[in-house]
Structures are given as C-alpha cells and as structure tokens.
Design a protein around this ligand. Structure first.
Ligand code: PMP
Length: 420
C-alpha cells in the first residue's frame, strides 16, 4: 500500500459509508470535529452497556472499575503527550473550558491593572474572549501579535512586544482558519525568557502530529478530544505543577473538596481541585481509546498522507477559475482556506454540500483574523488521514462545475446528475 493510500484508515471510520443528498460523503470538515474510529465507538458503547457507574466515591465493584478506567485514561493521555505527572492533566469539556479555567483561576489571581496580555491575530475566539473578559476584570491590557501576509507570525513584531515584558502570552499552535503551524517551541522559549507565563492552544495541533509538551517552554497547554478522533465534551488542560498548586479552584462543589463544614472547606489536591462535579467519564475513556488507536497507527505515514492531500488539493483547486488559497506559509497542516471569486462562501458551501462534500464557510471563530485579511470569511476544507486523493480532486471538480455552470448557464439539475 502506498504512503498515500488511506484504505487502511478508511475502514476504521464507519461514518464514511454515509450518503449525503444521495452522494457518497466527502468529509472535509475535520478541523471542526473529526469522525470517530470504531474502537472509540466501541469503548463508549461498552461503558454505557456494562460499565456505567460514577467515579471516585463509590463503594461497589462497578464504581471501582469505572474509577480505574477513568484514571487510566488520564495516565494514557499524559504518557502520549510526554507528561510525567498525570496529576497536572485536568479534564475539561474542551479547549474553551481549559482556557477559561486558566483565565479565571490563574488570571484573576496573578494579573493586575496595566499588565500586558499578548494574543495572536489569528487566534480562535476561545483564545481571545476569555482574556478580554480577564482584562475587563483586572484592568490588564491586550496587545496583538501581527501576522505576515502569508499567515506566518511576524517575528520582529513579536520580539518587540516581548521586550515590553508581557505578563501572559497566549499562543496558537496551529491556526484553525489558515492551517499555519506556528513555531511554538521558539515562541514559548522567547516568551519565557521575557518573563511571561505562556499558554498554548493545541486544539488543531494534536490531531495532526505528535506533541511532546515536556519539550515546550510553556506553562499551560489546552486541547479538545473531539478534534482528535475522540468524543465531544471532553478535553484537557496541562499545567505546570507550581502554577496549578498555587491556583485557587474555579468551580466548586463535589469531587474537588477534601473536607467541608460550615466553618470552612478545604480543597482536594491535583487534579481534583479543578474537577468539580461528576466528570465526563465515558468521554475520558473514549478519548483514551482514540489515543490507543492513534498509537497503533504509523503516525509518520498519516502525516505524509495528509501533506499529500494538502498538496494535491491545492494543485487541483488551482485549476479552478477564481480559486484563491488564503494562506501560503511554509508549514501547514492539511487544511485549505480559500475564496472563489464572484461566489459567496455560503453559496459555495451549499453547492458542495449538495454534492456530498462537507466543508465549513464563515469566519471560523477567528473574526479578528478575517478583519485583518479584509474578508467576511473563507471556505475551509480540512482533511484527515481517512480522506483520499480522489476526494481532494472531487472537491476541485465540483468547484469547477459551479464556476462552469455560471459561465455556461448549464441547468443545475443536469450537473447534479453528472458523475463528478
Ligand atoms: N482553539 C482552536 C484553534 C480551535 O480550532 C477550536 C475549535 N474550533 C477551539 C479552540 C475551541 O475548541 P472547543 O470548541 O472544542 O472547546
């Protein structure tokens, strides 16, 4: 099997056999959420069919078993990310909740009026709005790291901003709107050398390549399970031990306490201090199954295949009149953000959907980036290992058919019946 043959992965993802509007599904919305492999679906089914019980406080066999599976999932994820101490890995609902946890707990207790927070022009709203709320509360100031025209970070501007000694630098590992991979190892080290606390949003990185958090000079790393072939509603925050130890809880209730009385409450240690209430037990177990699945795959072959998809999609789509790719930076994941001249993005997305191709249109929760680009939004085709080169070509063919249909005013019904 060639490096670019995704058959070995396609059979693991049952949703690929679905038809949409009578057409075979071409799922190119992986940056929004990935499809789930069979072992994840099986793990969720197994838990709810025979293993369902609450964790940590039960005094029966099923509860002990669920607790073990839940904590083993944490261990599994920690090992996968190069984390020694799994107590520093906090379960959250996803990246959004992880960043909010840091903004609320670390931010409110460490930032003062006039402190600077550095954000990226291309960040997802989840890595902007929590910091804006924090700035409103504390009087801290937001500063923005600009991008170059190709989507890469403007390093000179970054260094200049660092020289003003920001208290916090919140970075994106990979842009969800452009696909650009930022050099976070260097960016984190420089931010740390400047004395800043550093958070990295890894939501779009961990699905595409191995990340060793211990090799990054960051203080917090956040990501979501559902973009990583796992279930929705589960994700994690890794934090540096000294910081997490010093941070107060952000939500309060059961699970996060050591002792409660009306005279006062003492809190549990890590990680439970930050995990109030019943957690997403099945989600954690499902995410561990996703990691297990990925660990048994040739990840280098996956990355190579994804890069072929990117190249192939860009080359095929470049033949379509009016197609314009938005980013051209040198390091990108398999994601194509584009415009089709003379066509509104929503109309193009609708046309593609009618032909079974799922993409995303709009601002991709990155409105400040769209403002900088002077665009209302873009179309985004985002690939995963199970996409094929044929699917990348089909995207180009269906886009071309749209352009031709307008030029030649070919009846739409005729085109819909033709075989793309
Ligand atoms: N950051 C980035 C870069 C993302 O792509 C996303 C999801 N689109 C998020 C944060 C938010 O993730 P979630 O909705 O899973 O919390």
């Amino acid at each position: 099997m060639s490096q670019s043959d995704p058959k070995r992965w396609r059979r693991d993802f049952p949703q690929l056999s679905v038809r949409v509007h009578g057409q075979p599904l071409v799922y190119l919305d992986n940056a929004a959420t990935t499809l789930k492999p069979r072992p994840v679906i099986d793990a969720l089914n197994r838990f709810y069919k025979t293993g369902n019980a609450n964790v940590h406080r039960g005094s029966h066999a099923l509860s002990a078993q669920a607790t073990l599976a839940f904590e083993q999932a944490r261990e599994r994820l920690a090992r996968w990310l190069g984390i020694d101490d799994s107590r520093c890995l906090i379960w959250t609902r996803g990246t959004t909740e992880a960043i909010n946890l840091v903004a609320y707990s670390w931010g409110q207790h460490n930032l003062r009026a006039g402190d600077r927070i550095l954000l990226m022009q291309s960040s997802h709203h989840a890595n902007i709005v929590p910091w804006q709320r924090l700035a409103e509360i504390t009087g801290a100031l937001i500063e923005v790291i600009p991008l170059q025209a190709d989507g890469d970070i403007d390093l000179d501007a970054y260094r200049q901003l660092l020289s003003r000694q920001p208290a916090l630098v919140a970075l994106s590992h990979v842009s969800n709107a452009l696909g650009t991979i930022y050099p976070v190892a260097t960016l984190c080290q420089e931010a740390r050398d400047a004395g800043a606390t550093v958070l990295v949003d890894g939501a779009q990185a961990v699905p595409h390549f191995d990340v060793d958090i211990s090799s990054l000079a960051c203080d917090f790393y956040a990501f979501s399970g559902h973009k990583l072939f796992g279930p929705t509603g589960i994700g994690a925050l890794w934090g540096r031990r000294e910081l997490l130890d010093a941070m107060p809880p952000w939500q309060a209730g059961g699970e996060m306490i050591e002792r409660v009385s009306f005279d006062g409450t003492t809190y549990a240690g890590l990680p439970f201090k930050f995990e109030a209430g019943t957690p997403h037990i099945a989600g954690a177990i499902g995410l561990a199954a996703a990691i297990e699945y990925l660990s048994t795959q040739d990840r280098v072959a996956m990355e190579t295949h994804e890069q072929s998809l990117l190249t192939h999609a860009l080359e095929s789509c470049a033949q379509v009149p009016g197609f314009k790719a938005i980013a051209s930076g040198h390091q990108r994941v398999s994601l194509v953000s584009f415009e089709l001249a003379g066509h509104h993005q929503q109309d193009v997305a609708h046309w593609l959907d009618r032909h079974g191709i799922a993409v995303r249109a709009g601002h991709h929760c990155a409105m400040p980036l769209m403002q900088a680009l002077g665009l209302p939004g873009t179309l985004r085709a985002s690939f995963a290992c199970y996409n094929s080169l044929d699917e990348a070509e089909r995207l180009a063919r269906v886009l071309d058919a749209l352009v031709q249909s307008q030029k030649n005013t070919v009846p739409v019904a005729e085109l819909e019946q033709s075989d793309y």
